[in-house]
Design a protein around this ligand. Structure first.
Ligand code: SAM
Length: 346
């Protein structure tokens, strides 16, 4: 049986067990339906998909219907039962068909050894680094990828990248040439590609921290000769020595809180706030609840995330902010990602 694994790097201070428990605590909106009903429904969904594949229906139609059905089933099932269903779906024959999608395949195979690596995000960004993987996929795989890269969650991740660029540029304009930025779990720092402030040399430094040496290497290579400084480091090291990197005008984390329990999220937020200069801001992003592809991601992509509501984001903010800090929680355009922002008083 395939292991249901989430933990990004073994250093996120949480175990798979803890994340599964967190997921179960978080979800309380399911029906009290019998286990046998959920099992039977999953069998029906998977067999119907198999029939559609045999009938040669368009890949986008097949995967769209499958993703919607899994989303509904996930929402209705008790979290413990849903956890049982995941490996059953993964073992079904239709998995071979879906793994033709290079994005699904990368997520499932985890070539870097953990879920949610920066190269996976490059499938969402449509970056040239994944061009060969796409070109070497079957026509069906490419058609499935045309769907997965346009799924609402993927659209939201591209918007997140652009919002980060926008924030960095606005903060640089407001705070001048001494502006210092810190990206935590920076991945490949794709948001820096579009930054005017970076291009115009209007930043003192843009520190990009990630626990994956391959991602750190990619940033070092791509941004050589700029104010970007790539650092090999984890949340754990940051929590142990939050003073090590100095103070910043803007600290942000995107694609990280989705893997962190509430306890670690609160600790990390405290550490990030302690790294801000007066008037500086901290931004953290999280996938929101009720994203349509959640069931597909957790089964065939083997990519589970802790989804957070607006109230969950406020809960982290209220547990960390000082009384004179200001804060907001906002959604992206399609509400698949929620953003928490805390600004220190001047
Ligand atoms: C989903 S990617 C997001 C990358 C980038 N922020 C973006 O939005 O494109 C998650 C990144 O978090 C990094 N990561 C995961 N756990 C980490 C930890 N405990 N400390 C530092 N980086 C971590 C991974 O190495 C990976 O590059």
């Amino acid at each position: 049986m395939k292991k249901y694994s989430f933990v990004a790097d073994g250093q996120s201070l949480i175990t798979s067990e803890a994340l599964l428990e967190e997921l179960a605590i978080q979800r309380q909106d399911y029906d009290d339906r019998p286990r046998s009903q959920s099992l039977a429904e999953l069998s029906l969904i998977l067999d119907l998909t198999r029939q559609q594949i045999d009938k040669d229906l368009a890949p986008a139609t097949i995967i769209d219907q499958l993703a919607r059905s899994l989303h509904e089933l996930r929402a209705k099932s008790h979290p413990d039962i849903w956890r049982e269903l995941i490996p059953m779906a993964q073992r079904h024959g239709i998995s071979k068909y879906l793994l033709q999608d290079p994005f699904t395949r990368w997520s499932h195979d985890k070539p870097r050894g953990y879920s949610g690596d920066a190269q996976l995000l490059d499938f969402i960004y449509g970056h040239e680094s994944i061009a060969d993987e796409v070109a070497n996929s079957t026509p069906t795989g490419q058609a499935l990828y045309a769907y997965t890269r346009e799924a609402s969650s993927s659209v939201a991740v591209r918007e997140r990248r652009d919002l980060l660029t926008w924030h960095v540029d606005e903060i640089a304009k407001a705070r001048g040439p001494d502006t210092e930025i810190l990206a935590i779990a920076a991945g490949h720092l794709r948001e820096a590609n579009g930054s005017q402030a970076l291009r115009n040399n209007a930043l003192r430094r843009w520190v990009a921290l990630d626990q994956d040496p391959l991602s750190v290497g990619s940033i070092t290579r791509d941004f050589a000769g700029t104010s970007v400084e790539a650092i090999d480091g984890s949340v754990r090291t940051l929590l142990a020595k939050p003073d090590r990197l100095g103070k910043f005008d803007f600290v942000y984390a995107a694609g990280l809180y989705d893997y962190l329990s509430r306890k670690v999220s609160v600790k990390l937020t405290e550490a990030c706030l302690s790294m801000l200069k007066p008037g500086g801001s901290f931004l953290f992003a999280n996938f929101a609840q009720d994203i349509v592809v959640d069931g597909y991601m957790e089964t065939f992509m083997d990519w589970a995330l802790l989804l957070r509501s607006k109230a969950d984001m406020w809960d982290i903010i209220e547990a960390t902010k000082a009384s004179d800090d200001t804060a907001s929680v906002t959604f992206g355009a399609n509400r698949n990602i929620v953003y928490g922002m805390i600004t220190k008083a001047i």
